[in-house]
Design a protein around this ligand. Structure first.
Ligand code: FES
Length: 159
């Protein structure tokens, strides 16, 4: 875990979370990580290290759980997540153009977050709705049969 990128963070929210779940062990780790993410917006490495020593669970085990589940973010994450499909079924229907349009509108590449922390942009291998291709999701909302000129309107709906 790289602690060097991160400024000092208060451990008060972590201590409150742990105080609300006394004697929590490895089996409560997922709900605890969810609360940490709610409090900090992501799972900061320094907070995970502090959770490790306070809970007596090896940092490698905590890190293993945090990296296994897609719901957890190890980097600061935007308020909204845009996932655009880069799979074959979407690709043949113009998926690359949708990805390019999103990059251009947000000014970020895949895996990055806008400076105002509004959006994180990710691409995925398939969203499981190939019949809607090309398709993207904003948070839990699907947008299918997309064209590049529809993307801006959709993005602007999310404040
Ligand atoms: S290939 Fe795009 S949703 Fe499956």
């Amino acid at each position: 875990m790289d602690l060097s990128k991160e400024g000092p963070l208060s451990l008060e929210p972590l201590d409150k979370i742990l105080a609300s779940m006394p004697n929590a062990g490895f089996s409560e780790l997922i709900p605890i990580l969810q609360k940490i993410q709610e409090a900090y917006g992501y799972l900061p490495p320094s907070v995970m290290m502090a959770a490790s020593s306070r809970m007596g669970i090896a940092a490698s085990r905590i890190y293993g759980v945090a990296t296994f589940y897609e719901q957890f973010h190890l980097e600061p994450h935007g308020r909204h997540t845009i996932k655009c499909c880069r799979g074959t079924a979407c690709h043949v229907k113009g998926g690359r153009d949708i990805i390019r349009a999103i990059r251009r509108i947000l000014g970020v590449q895949e895996g990055e977050t806008t400076e105002d922390m509004r959006f994180t942009f990710e691409t995925v291998a398939c969203l499981g709705t190939c019949f809607l291709g090309p398709v993207m999701m904003v948070n839990n909302d699907y947008y299918g049969h997309l064209a590049p000129n529809k993307v801006r309107d959709i993005i602007e709906r999310y404040g």
